[in-house]
Design a protein around this ligand. Structure first.
Ligand code: ASP
Length: 357
């Protein structure tokens, strides 16, 4: 058939409207991976390759895929732009949209895994939120970069390549949401950003990484032990907001009026980023005991990046009514408490929840 201008325009229009899925025309022997782009430094750009200053979320997903040579040999890759923000501007609204979109995509037989490109600042939060709310065994792998796309030695393309390799790997099934950055694969629950600028910014204190990925070669050494995915009780389908939970950062002589100000401003739960073993100046502890009595749960976590916050350590939680977060850091404790409050889990059951999630 000879294509004239009108029929070519029609074919193009159909393709652009999304009725033609390029993945279908690709390699049937390869898994299908969808990349959901949210922004971050991996999509950032600067006017100089040697300038530390740049803007996050400038480059679209198609450009990022094109900048990752060889990815087409790992999987049939398609991209969707969910947002394009620096992850310091990540919102609960975007989290809910992401979780619902991922659940929808992973129900499809022609989707085998998901990669999410995301800023590194709040990647540990988004990954933990998704690990509790995505109900599938199929791999969900987050990645990002510390250097913008225009930087000298930008590591974004290799991180994206490796993330697709993990999402396409059969061993990644059933491991929950993962963060693949700088050749390591971390469990969403354990990973933390530990350095403000270095490419080796991510670590999993206490437990270590789950595996490694080196130029697409995937190796796993462990599986997460807490609840996630199908064993998580949390369901956010149709949910449009979550109860407000605020974090209070511990320090010497912390003013006792800060916690009540948060409650007055509308917080339905409080997380303490405590000093040491989840300790807090006694003025704030007293305010926390009052909050607990008024039905506002208070979780004791720690600003110290590694170690457990023990129940009944220096603070006797059995008497104060507070909850000890274990090794769940303050930002992740906030997410678990928001989901618990949304699910109407009573205060008396929160310690059990924190022990198992
Ligand atoms: N501020 C950036 C972000 O989180 C940092 C990064 O992506 O590395 O989006």
């Amino acid at each position: 058939m000879k294509l004239n201008l009108t029929s070519m325009t029609f074919v193009l229009a159909i393709a652009l409207m999304g009725f033609w899925n390029p993945a279908q025309a690709q390699n049937k022997d390869l898994p299908n991976v969808v990349i959901l782009a949210t922004g971050g430094t991996i999509a950032g750009a600067s006017n100089s390759a040697t300038n530390a200053s740049y803007s996050s979320g400038q480059v679209g997903i198609q450009t990022m895929i094109e900048a990752t040579p060889g990815v087409e040999k790992l999987a049939n890759v398609t991209g969707e732009q969910v947002s394009n923000v620096g992850s310091q501007d990540m919102t609960i609204d975007i989290w809910l949209k992401l979780a619902n979109r991922i659940n929808e995509l992973l129900k499809q037989d022609d989707v085998d895994g998901i990669v999410i490109t995301h800023g590194t600042d709040t990647q540990e939060e988004t990954s933990y939120f998704l690990s509790l709310t995505v109900k599938s065994d199929k791999p969900v792998v987050m990645t990002g970069s510390m250097r913008s796309s225009t930087s000298l030695s930008a590591e974004g393309p290799l991180n994206l390549y490796n993330a697709v390799a993990v999402a396409a790997s059969p061993e990644a099934k059933g491991k929950g949401v993962m963060v693949a950055l700088n050749d390591y694969i971390h469990a969403a629950r354990d990973v933390q950003k530990m350095n403000t600028t270095n490419v080796a910014a991510f670590e999993s204190p206490i437990k270590g990484a789950m595996g490694t990925v080196f130029y697409g070669d995937v190796k796993f050494y462990r599986t997460p032990t807490t609840n996630f995915g199908k064993t998580s009780i949390f369901d956010v389908s149709g949910v449009t907001s979550l109860p407000r939970v605020d974090i209070i950062y511990g320090c010497a002589d912390l003013s006792g009026d800060i916690l009540p100000m948060h409650v007055k401003a509308g917080a339905k739960g409080i997380v303490i980023a405590g000093v040491g073993n989840g300790n807090i100046h006694n003025a704030t502890l007293d305010a926390g005991i009052d909050a607990v009595k008024n039905g506002i749960p208070v979780v004791r976590s720690a600003k110290v990046p590694s170690g457990y916050v023990l129940r009944n350590g220096e603070v006797i939680d059995d008497e104060t009514g507070t909850v000890a977060s274990g090794d769940l850091n303050p930002v992740k404790s906030r997410i678990l408490l928001m989901l618990a409050l949304h699910a109407n889990i009573p205060q008396s059951e929160l310690q059990e929840l924190f022990n198992n999630y």
